[in-house]
Design a protein around this ligand. Structure first.
Ligand SMILES: NC(=O)C1=CN([C@@H]2O[C@H](COP(=O)(O)OP(=O)(O)OC[C@H]3O[C@@H](n4cnc5c(N)ncnc54)[C@H](OP(=O)(O)O)[C@@H]3O)[C@@H](O)[C@H]2O)[C@@H](O)CC1
Ligand SMILES: [K+]
Length: 540
């Protein structure tokens, strides 16, 4: 797992490293060295480095010196003379570099800058890093669009300038980098909101050789899950196994209006490895589901007049549910009164429970006085996994809209802390999906944009339930098991996009390639065993 930090956590980490005897000045030298190595990998003949007023610029000045020393032609563009740079560390290295073999241009006009950008093989953005705040001021508001328009290749140092390293938002404009060489640990903003559109590939320079010993002295905003972390879930099935020991899932789903959601979730649960999957659905749509899924028993549940779970559904569902290793409730159920009652009943059972889609909206209605006022939640001990997308998450916390990864993590943590159980997980689905538990927030690999299509959420909840059932002897951490399920789902997206075309993937395609996704997850994990590149964190 690779830590991802907030700006405050990075500052604390720098202080810890300094307390261990490595000064910030040394860190700047190492940061410049790392940035220079990332630039040199492109084998450029001419490099242009744009520096700002702060220490991000300092990294750029150090890199300029190193690249020039390698015989590369280096131009440095600065808004002020080296002597006038306000940040002391940056001023020191700027003065030193000014005495070396680099061409320094102070405050060029837009045309002069355009000329310099156009003739460089690589442009290095050392304008603004974690100290950026407010709106872009001149001259950077002119430099950034000029670089974006004319540069052949851009390497951003630490953070693309103009991108808020904490929130990932870009208010006006930001550098669009091919690669971002980030220092010590990736900043959370690189993965949130607009971040993924600007960072390109994220490369992380560890800088400090005993980083592993100090990084846990600060909190981590999140951690990136690597394929190797999931290796325990990739064991082949033992030969002495039967359908029950592979775990069972009851899928409580569907209504006359949405029988397909139940079909997709149940099929995904079976493909994810559960040995026995059954569906409990309103009697009005049971036959349709039977015909679609010949291998899956379907239990008729009393329906209301509109074909959703009716008043007598709670008892019938809960009686059936007790016998299963995992229950998934939600896909296609609607929020009729009988459905709210079913969700409330299931929450009280001592069975691992995955709530998705309309079950989450039922939960919002159940917990109207706040989650900490909802005994079904705070008294629960068996694992509970919620799989909300941003809109469902907003409803659950009853707050203004969740818009990005940072907001999703915050909202998920509010839910978790209200319930306060190690067995409670929120899978906050978005362009980058976060798996949040009380202890940790994990970021599994994200799938392609092709997956933004109806029904993929039903497939995910099916995969989660099937995975929980197959691993029914597992005792946690649940964040990791859920991250495995999310990774499988992402891999199905890549495989399906490859097979059917980026724009043509439909949710059912994902289900049929879950087995291939497992093979891909194994392949990726084995690669991780062979070569562990200590400094590379792939962009999500
Ligand atoms: N983490 C580490 O261990 C290490 C970190 N290191 C590096 O240090 C970087 C952080 O450095 P930093 O704190 O000096 O901030 P930085 O981003 O250079 O910007 C500050 C300057 O920009 C200005 N400014 C702000 N907003 C602006 C705007 N909207 N438009 C225009 N200007 C604006 C601001 O002016 P202000 O308004 O605040 O007076 C100030 O002058 C970090 O990202 C990493 O690269 C490495 O060297 C060593 C290891
Ligand atoms: K930068």
């Amino acid at each position: 797992m690779k830590p991802i930090l907030s700006c405050e956590e990075v500052r604390r980490l720098e202080d810890c490293i300094e307390a261990e005897g490595t000064s910030k000045a040394t860190l700047m030298e190492l940061a410049g060295e790392f940035a220079a190595s990332v630039v040199a990998a492109s084998d450029p003949k001419r490099v242009l480095i744009l520096v700002g007023f702060g220490n991000n610029g300092g990294d750029g000045w150090v890199a300029a010196d190193i690249l020039a020393h390698k015989g590369i032609d280096v131009d440095v563009v600065s808004p002020v003379e080296p002597d006038e740079i306000p940040a002391a560390l940056a001023r020191h290295v700027a003065r030193r570099t000014a005495g070396r073999d680099v061409n320094i241009v102070i405050g060029p006009s837009r045309d002069e800058l355009a000329e310099l950008v156009s003739r460089a093989d690589v442009v290095v953005d050392a304008i603004l890093g974690t100290g950026f705040h407010g709106s872009l001021r001149s001259p950077f508001s002119i430099w950034i669009p000029t670089v974006n328009e004319l540069a052949a290749e851009v390497v951003a140092i630490d953070v693309p300038s103009g991108l808020d390293a904490e929130t990932g938002t870009v208010e006006e404009d930001a550098i669009r980098a091919a690669r971002t060489a980030t220092m010590l640990a990736p900043k959370i903003g690189l993965y949130s909101a607009d971040g993924p559109d600007y960072t390109g590939e994220i490369l992380c320079g560890g800088l400090y050789d005993r980083l592993d010993e100090v990084i846990d002295d600060v909190d981590h905003a999140a951690e990136m899950v690597e394929p190797i972390d999931l290796i325990d879930f990739l064991e082949p099935l033992p030969s002495n196994i039967d359908k029950y020991s592979r775990g069972s899932v009851l899928v409580v789903a569907g209504s006359s209006s949405y029988p397909g959601a139940a079909i997709m979730a149940a099929k995904a649960a079976a493909r994810a490895g559960a040995g026995y999957v059954a569906v409990a659905t309103p009697a009005t749509c049971a036959n349709l589901i039977r015909m679609a899924l010949p291998s899956v028993p379907v239990i008729d549940i009393p329906a209301d007049s509109r074909g959703a779970f009716g008043a007598a559904a709670r008892r019938a569902v809960c009686d059936a549910a007790k016998k299963f290793s995992c229950v998934l409730c939600g896909p296609g159920i609607t929020t009729a009164a009988g459905c709210i009652d079913v969700v409330s009943g299931l929450l009280k059972l001592d069975v691992p429970l995955v709530l998705d889609a309309d079950a989450l909206n039922c939960l919002s209605k159940l917990s109207i006085g706040g989650l900490d006022e909802t005994p079904e939640l705070y008294r629960r001990e068996a694992p509970l996994i919620l799989t909300p997308h941003y809109r469902e998450l907003s409803r659950l916390v009853d707050e203004e809209a969740v818009r990005d990864l940072g907001g999703a993590i915050e909202a998920a943590q509010r839910l978790l802390w209200a319930a306060g159980s190690d067995n409670f997980i929120v899978i906050a689905k978005g362009p980058v999906t976060a798996v949040a538990g009380v202890e940790k927030v994990l970021l599994p690999v994200s799938g392609p944009a092709s997956m933004a299509t109806a029904g993929t959420g039903d497939v995910l909840s099916g995969i989660v339930a099937g995975t929980v059932a197959l691993n029914h002897a597992y005792e946690g951490p649940w964040e990791l098991l859920c991250s495995y399920a999310v990774s499988l789902h992402s891999y199905t997206g890549f495989i399906a996009a490859d097979r059917y075309g980026e724009k043509s993937v439909i949710a059912t395609d994902l289900i049929d390639v879950i087995g291939d996704a497992m093979a891909l997850a194994s392949e990726e994990a084995l690669k991780g065993l062979e070569d562990v590149p200590a400094t590379t964190a792939k962009g999500a």
